[in-house]
Design a protein around this ligand. Sequence first.
Ligand code: HEC
Ligand code: HEC
Length: 190
Amino acid sequence: MKCKLSIVSLLLLSTVMLGMSTASFSSDDKSGFFSRILSSGKTPGVAPVANPQYLEECGSCHFPYQPGLLPERSWSKLMTGLEDHFAENAELPLEDANSITDYLIKNAADHANYKRSKKIMKSLHPNQLPLRVSKTPYFIKKHNELSRKMVQDNPKVGSISNCKACHTKAEKGSFSEREILIPGFGAWED
Ligand code: HEC
Ligand code: HEC
């Protein structure tokens, strides 16, 4: 009788503990404590792109800039001028443009809980409407030590908009200093 009781209480205890751990893991907090531990202990810079349509339509000419790199107002403006997109025609059928706009707005820097998104937003004046990530004050400040030789005159880079040329984990939304390799110049030492 005594023995049976302790087995029952053990079972009860483990059920309670299991319930507790699943509760914490299933929480919807994507940049939260548990997700950070699960993603090898690093807080990513911005949320990685999780939309195949966006990757296909907006990643064919250049790096698919993560929505968390620009505020909602910038994405809205960019998406309504695709026929004249940095001297290119990037026009899309209305339905595709609408669903991509939805995705961009929902995940824009002003709605993201990631460190780099917050820093980009903080650097912007409310009246500023940057159409380029590379025109945000935060970005400019972070890249002001790069020379022409490393960027425009570097055949493997060509443009500061070519994020992936230097940031080896850019596609994962991670831009940390130790992951930078400038083609022809090597690791970045500040
Ligand atoms: C037909 C080719 C093409 C397509 C498709 C395209 N773009 Fe671009 N995009 C460009 C060019 C060219 C530039 C300017 C790049 C440069 O200056 O180095 C650019 C630049 C950008 C920039 C600014 C990059 C910076 O400097 O910070 C953003 C943001 C951008 N595009 C978003 C998009 C989005 C969103 C889509 C999908 C709806 C898209 N692009 C599809 C050609 C394209
Ligand atoms: C020519 C190489 C190069 C290109 C291209 C480039 N970067 Fe950088 N990036 C750097 C260097 C160097 C730093 C400075 C690292 C430091 O000293 O903190 C940096 C810093 C950053 C940081 C801050 C990281 C931190 O931990 O402080 C972010 C975010 C970033 N870059 C995003 C981008 C994005 C987005 C693009 C494309 C639109 C881009 N970079 C294009 C070289 C580059």
